[in-house]
Design a protein around this ligand. Structure first.
Ligand SMILES: Cc1ncc(COP(=O)(O)O)c(C=O)c1O
Length: 444
């Protein structure tokens, strides 16, 4: 078992000489379009630490973009995946099925919101799950239009690029995009012109007005939204927005899809973020945290909607790979055993208290938001004008990286620093990471 010591250790410059050597090789052979936030090459990782090939140990505030919630080498994930590797690596569920796939679908039926009959289909990536949710909604409703939101992110395939709001780097030069995708306003409280208190109902009214006037509710197959918008800047739609959109969908025969690919599986202190406002989606897409780092994704939803697709209409060679399914069962087992929802809530408590104290000293912190272990700060040049301060986000990230804390940026304006620690991170590491963020502010 790979037990990475749970302590930060910096023994070289970041990146160190061995990482730099590998980076030079990488630049010769890996396509330039594939970026890396921090080119330190990983040797091993687990708990809250990533150890690089030079022996540096970094505090991980990224979890591989919200994936390794149980850590990057969780015992139950490794044990179950290794056992499955010994038995068989692949048959293709569409050729000869296996129990692990069924068990994952049973777990999804149990854990996702709502007590209606549910079914699932498994895929490899988040984008693939979103594409399939749209296919299923279109098949069920016999309608075509798909409604998405400002600041939304849904992936990098053709349809999901079209569903994603931000042009650079995700869409630039990659069009034309799929038709029948329509974007409407989201309740971004911090930047809502009449203030956060009015934002939920006003944004919902605007979105619904746009849908009815510009698309026609009868033409809409699906409304797809992230209950906490991830890449767009960890935007929590203001209270009342999601329930109003769900009601509109229900009243008009539209399939409401919650994209919980980033926010799901204990990340926000609930199994799924939409539970916070009692939202029960018709379909829910999951990936990332579901399988402790192995590629697995799912669409789960009302049995009658899922079963509206003709036999053979859903699938893919690797969808629900047996090793990935075994890893998912290990990941879910770990989440239950360690009560990772409670851990996520505790991370929120620690982080928000520290960040609020920092905000008093550093007015560039315009907003602190997020839930559980999905927390972000939005950086602004001036707290009154709220002009985005992307340079500060980049400089802070760089300063943190140099000190061995891996943080990520996000946001439509590139001015959000986001924190996604593994939920199993010890509180000492969490506080040490926050100390370094605070020092980074003082430095810049
Ligand atoms: C909300 C959301 N949907 C979809 C995706 C796409 O997932 P993948 O990168 O696995 O295709 C992401 C990835 O960041 C995401 O955050």
């Amino acid at each position: 078992m790979n037990a990475v010591p749970q302590e930060r250790r910096i023994v070289t410059a970041i990146p160190g000489p061995k990482s730099q050597e590998l980076q030079a090789r990488r630049l010769d052979t890996v396509a330039g379009g594939v970026g890396s936030t921090l080119p330190v090459f990983t040797k091993r990782a687990g708990g809250g630490i990533i150890e690089d090939v030079d022996g540096n140990r970094l505090i991980d505030f990224g979890s591989g973009i919200a994936v390794t919630s149980v850590g990057a080498s969780a015992e139950a994930v490794v044990r179950r995946a290794a056992a499955q590797l010994q038995d068989f690596t692949h048959t293709c569920f569409m050729v000869t099925p296996y129990e692990g796939y069924v068990e994952v679908c049973e777990a999804l039926a149990e854990l996702t919101p709502g007590d209606h009959a549910k079914k699932s289909a498994l895929f490899n990536s988040g984008a693939e799950a979103v594409e399939n949710a749209v296919k299923i909604a279109r098949s069920y409703t016999k309608r075509q239009a798909v409604v998405v939101f400002d600041h939304g992110y849904h992936g990098r395939t053709n349809l999901t690029m079209g569903m994603t709001a931000k042009n650079m780097p995700y869409k630039q030069g990659f069009g034309p995009f799929a038709p029948e995708v329509y974007r409407v306003p989201v309740a971004y409280g911090y930047r809502w012109p009449t203030g956060a208190e009015n934002c939920g109902p006003e944004a919902a009214a605007q979105a619904i007005d746009n849908i009815t006037k510009q698309i026609g509710a009868d033409n809409v197959a699906a409304i797809v939204i992230e209950p906490v918008l991830g890449e767009g800047g960890f935007i929590e739609p203001a209270k009342g927005f999601l329930p109003a959109i769900v009601k509109f969908a229900n009243d008009n025969g539209i399939v409401f899809v919650a994209d919980e690919i980033q926010s799901g599986f204990c990340r926000t202190g609930q199994w799924f973020a939409c539970e916070d406002e009692g939202v029960v989606p018709d379909l829910i897409t999951t990936a990332k945290g579901i399988a402790g780092g192995l590629p697995l994704a799912a669409v789960t939803g009302r049995a009658e909607i899922m079963d509206s697709v003709h036999g053979g209409g859903l699938g893919g060679t690797y969808g629900g790979n047996p090793v990935a399914c075994a890893a998912a069962l290990g990941s879910i087992e770990t989440m239950k055993e360690l009560d990772l929802n409670a851990k996520a809530k505790r991370i929120e408590e620690v982080m928000k208290a520290r960040l609020t104290a920092m905000q008093e000293k550093f007015p560039a912190i315009g907003d602190i938001r997020g839930r559980g272990a999905m927390i972000a700060i939005e950086l602004v040049k001036d707290p009154v004008t709220k002009e985005p301060y992307a340079e500060a986000a980049a400089a802070l990230a760089k300063a943190c990286h140099a000190e061995g804390v891996l943080v990520l940026t996000c946001g439509t304006y590139g001015n959000v620093l986001r924190f996604l620690p593994p939920l199993v991170m010890g509180e000492d590491l969490l506080n040490e990471g926050l100390d370094i963020i605070e020092n980074a502010f003082a430095q810049i």
